[in-house]
Design a protein around this ligand. Structure first.
Ligand code: FAD
Length: 592
C-alpha cells in the first residue's frame, strides 16, 4: 500500500509540474538559483538562496537572518541539510528552535514556488525512513542493520545488492548520524584526479601514513583493506549516482592531497545516494525512532535485535546477520571520561558530533561477548568553534594555504601535522585559543564556501571570520601583536618560496599569504572522533575476547576499533565507513 501511495505521489508530481508535458523528460523544477524569504521569529526575515537542478534541491544558502544565536544555530545547521537529504519539505522541526525552523522551511517553500516546484507535493513526499507502526511486535529480514549513518546505509545497500532483504533501524527521528553533518573529505589514491594536479601518490604511501600516523597501533591487514578499497568504493558510490568533484586536496591532519569532495554539500551526497537506492527498491527499508537496546544471541549465534520505539518494544529477527553501525561515542561525556587516557581533561570540552553519538553499539556488542579495543584513543581537533565546539564557522580550506597563530600572534606548530600533534600544541597556548590566518588564495571570492557549505560572506556576517586589508589591521581586529603576526606570515612566506621544512618541520605549502584581503577565524580544541571500538576482522565479522568470530554479528564504521590506532588521519573515516560498511553488508548477506 505504501509503495502504491508513493507511485501515486510520484505520478502526481510528474503531471502536476509546470513545464513538464507528456512525453518530455520529467522535471520537478526549473533549474537555477532562486531566492526565498519568510518572516523570522524576531521581527526580521530569513532570506536564503536555493539551487535547483531539474529534479533536485541541490543547495540551500542562508543569506540573511537575525535569529537568536545559540538558540537558532541547530536549526540553521540541520534544517537545510535535512531538506536536501530528504528532498522534502516535510522535515523535523529542531526542538527549542521552532520559529527559526519554520522560517527556514517557509523561505525554502517560497524559493520552490519561484522555481516552478510543487510545494504540496514536496510537503507530502514521504521517505521510506518512517516511524514504526503502532502495535507491531516483531519484524523479520535477512539482515538487520543498527544505525542509519554512512556505515549502516552502505551495509544495507551492499547487503541488498547481494540478495538480502534488509531492515535498518535508527534511533533518531532522521537518518544520517555524523555522516550527514561531516565535512565529506574522503581519502583515496586516485591517479585520474591526482595526476592532472601533479600529485604523486600510491596505496603504499596511504598505508604508511595511516599506519605511522596512528603510532603503528592500527592492524596492518585492516589498513591494507582500507587503502586498497577506498577508490573502488568511490566508484561504487558513483555507480549509485553520487557525484564527486574533479579535485583532490589535503584536509586537516590528512597529511597528503588525496581528499575527494562530493558535489553535494557536507555529507548529504552519501546519505541521499543511499536513500535514493533504498526508496527505489523493494525488501529494504529504514525505520526511524527505533533504538536498539539488545542483541539477541541464541545457541552461540546472533539472531536478532530488540528495539524500543515511542510506541512499543519490537523484536527484529535476522535470518542471516546483524550489522552494528552505531557510530562513535564523542557525545557521551561519561564514556569519554571512563576511557580517556590521552588527554588531561575532556569533561568540559565540547564536541563536533551529533547528539546520537553515545557509544550504544559498544554496550550492545559487549553484552554478547564482543572484544572492544583501543577505547582510550580519542581524537581532538584544534578546529572547534570557541563557543559550541562545532566545525561550522571554520574558515580553512586546504592545509597548504593557512597558518595558525596564538593570542600573541605567534605560530606554534606545523599546521600540516597530525591532528593529535596540533591539538596538543594548541592546549599549551594561552586559553588553548588560536586564529587561522589566510588570504584570497583560499577565498578568490567571498562566495567561495568552506568545507561546511558556508561562504565567506556568511562567515563574516556570522562573526566567524574577521577581514582586513593589511596584516596590521587584521592584528588590531583580533587583538594580537602586529609585529608578531607580520613575522609569522613573513617566515611562512619564506618557507613557501624555499619549499624547505620550516622550524616546526612543516612541509606542506602551496601559495604565499600575501594577497589581501586577509582573514582570521578563532578556534579551540574539540572532541571529534573515537578510534577504538568493536574488534572486527577483514570480513567485518565481530570477534570475541578470544579472537573467535561471533556467528551472525558484523560491525562497521566508527563503532569499530583497530584501524586508525592512536590517531585517525583526516579524511580516512569516510573511506573506512564506506569500505567496511560495504564489506559488512556483503558478508552478512552471504552468510550461511
Ligand atoms: P554515524 O554516521 O554517526 O551513524 C551512526 C548512526 O547510528 C546514527 O544515525 C545514530 O543515531 C545511530 N544509532 C546510534 N545508536 C543507535 C541505537 N542504539 N539504535 C539505532 N540507531 C543508533 N571524516 C572524514 O573522513 N572526512 C571528513 O571530512 C569528516 N568530517 C567530519 C565533520 C564532522 C562535523 C564530524 C562530526 C565528523 C567528521 N568526520 C569526517 C568523521 C566521520 O564523519 C564519521 O566518523 C563517520 O561519519 C561515522 O559514520 P558511522 O556510520 O560510523 O556513524
Amino acid at each position: 500500500m505504501r509503495k502504491f501511495i508513493i507511485v501515486l505521489i510520484v505520478l502526481f508530481v510528474i503531471w502536476g509540474i509546470p513545464g513538464c508535458t507528456k512525453g518530455e523528460e520529467k522535471s520537478l523544477f526549473n533549474a537555477g538559483i532562486y531566492e526565498g524569504s519568510a518572516a523570522g521569529g524576531y521581527e526580521d526575515e530569513v532570506r536564503l538562496e536555493v539551487t535547483f537542478s531539474k529534479n533536485k534541491i541541490r543547495d540551500i544558502r542562508i543569506i540573511k537572518h537575525k535569529e537568536t544565536k545559540g538558540v537558532s544555530d541547530a536549526a540553521f545547521a540541520r534544517i537545510p541539510n535535512a531538506i536536501i537529504e530528504k528532498q522534502s519539505l516535510d522535515v523535523d522541526i529542531v526542538t527549542g528552535a521552532t520559529y527559526s525552523s519554520n522560517a527556514i522551511i517557509d523561505a525554502v517553500k517560497d524559493a520552490v514556488e519561484k522555481a516552478g516546484g510543487d510545494v504540496s507535493a514536496l510537503m507530502a513526499k514521504q521517505e521510506s525512513a518512517k516511524p514504526i507502526e503502532k502495535g507491531l511486535k516483531s519484524m523479520e529480514a535477512d539482515v538487520i542493520v543498527i544505525g542509519a549513518g554512512g556505515a549502516g546505509l552502505a551495509a544495507a545497500v551492499s547487503a541488498h545488492q547481494n540478495g538480502a532483504s534488509v531492515i535498518v533501524i535508527e534511533k533518531m527521528p532522521i537518518v544520517g548520524g555524523n555522516t550527514i553533518i561531516c565535512g565529506a573529505s574522503y581519502n583515496a589514491v586516485d591517479p585520474s584526479r591526482q595526476k592532472p594536479l601533479g600529485i604523486e601518490d600510491s596505496t603504499d604511501k596511504h598505508f604508511k601514513q595511516t599506519y605511522e600516523g596512528g603510532d603503528k597501533l592500527g592492524k596492518p591487514e585492516m589498513i591494507r583493506v582500507l587503502v586498497d578499497n577506498a577508490y573502488p568504493a568511490i566508484q561504487w558510490l558513483e555507480g549509485l549516482g553520487m557525484e564527486f568533484r574533479d579535485i583532490t586536496f589535503t584536509v586537516l591532519g590528512g597529511l597528503w592531497p588525496r581528499a575527494h569532495k562530493p558535489v553535494m554539500p557536507l555529507g548529504t551526497g552519501f546519505i541521499t545516494t543511499y536513500m535514493d537506492y533504498i526508496n527505489s527498491h523493494d525488501d529494504i527499508e529504514v525505520l526511524v525512532d527505533t533504538k536498539a537496546v539488545k542483541i539477541i544471541k541464541e545457541n552461540g549465534r546472533v539472531t536478532g535485535v530488540v528495539a524500543d520505539t515511542p510506541e512499543n518494544k519490537i523484536t527484529f529477527k535476522a535470518n542471516k546477520g546483524v550489522v552494528i553501525a552505531t557510530g562513535g561515542f564523542s557525545s557521551n561525556i561519561a564514556m569519554r571520561d571512563k576511557y580517556n587516557k590521552m588527554w588531561p581533561e575532556l569533561t568540559r570540552m565540547k564536541t563536533t558530533n551529533h547528539a546520537g553519538a553515545m557509544g550504544d553499539g559498544l554496550i550492545l556488542a559487549e553484552a554478547v561477548g564482543a572484544n572492544l579495543i583501543g577505547l582510550e584513543h580519542i581524537q581532538l581537533l584544534p578546529m572547534g568553534d570557541p563557543e559550541t565546539g562545532s566545525l561550522l564557522g571554520n574558515i580553512e580550506q586546504n592545509v597548504e594555504n593557512r597558518i595558525f597563530v596564538n593570542k600573541n600572534g605567534n605560530r606554534f606548530v606545523d599546521e600540516g601535522a597530525r591532528r593529535d600533534v596540533m591539538t596538543l600544541a594548541l592546549l599549551n597556548q594561552e586559553d588553548s585559543y588560536m586564529y587561522i590566518i589566510l588570504d584570497t588564495h583560499s577565498y578568490p571570492s567571498e562566495d567561495v564556501k568552506n568545507n561546511f557549505n558556508e561562504s565567506m560572506t556568511e562567515l563574516l556576517s556570522k562573526g566567524k571570520a574577521v577581514k582586513a586589508s593589511s596584516l596590521e589591521e587584521l592584528a588590531a581586529k583580533i587583538n594580537v601583536d602586529p609585529e608578531n603576526l607580520k613575522n609569522a606570515v613573513d617566515s611562512f612566506n619564506k618557507s613557501v618560496d624555499s619549499g624547505k621544512p620550516d622550524l616546526f618541520g612543516r612541509t606542506l605549502y602551496q601559495d604565499r599569504i600575501d594577497k589581501p584581503p586577509y582573514y582570521a577565524g578563532a578556534r579551540k580544541p574539540t572532541v571529534h572522533h573515537t578510534m577504538g571500538g568493536i574488534e572486527i576482522n577483514t570480513e567485518a565479522q565481530v570477534l570475541d575476547k578470544n579472537g573467535n568470530i561471533i556467528p551472525g554479528l558484523y560491525a562497521a564504521g566508527e563503532v569499530t576499533g583497530g584501524i586508525h590506532g592512536t590517531n585517525r588521519l583526516g579524511g580516512n573515516a569516510l573511506p573506512d565507513i564506506t569500505v567496511f560498511g560495504r564489506i559488512a553488508g556483503k558478508s552478512a548477506a552471504l552468510t550461511r
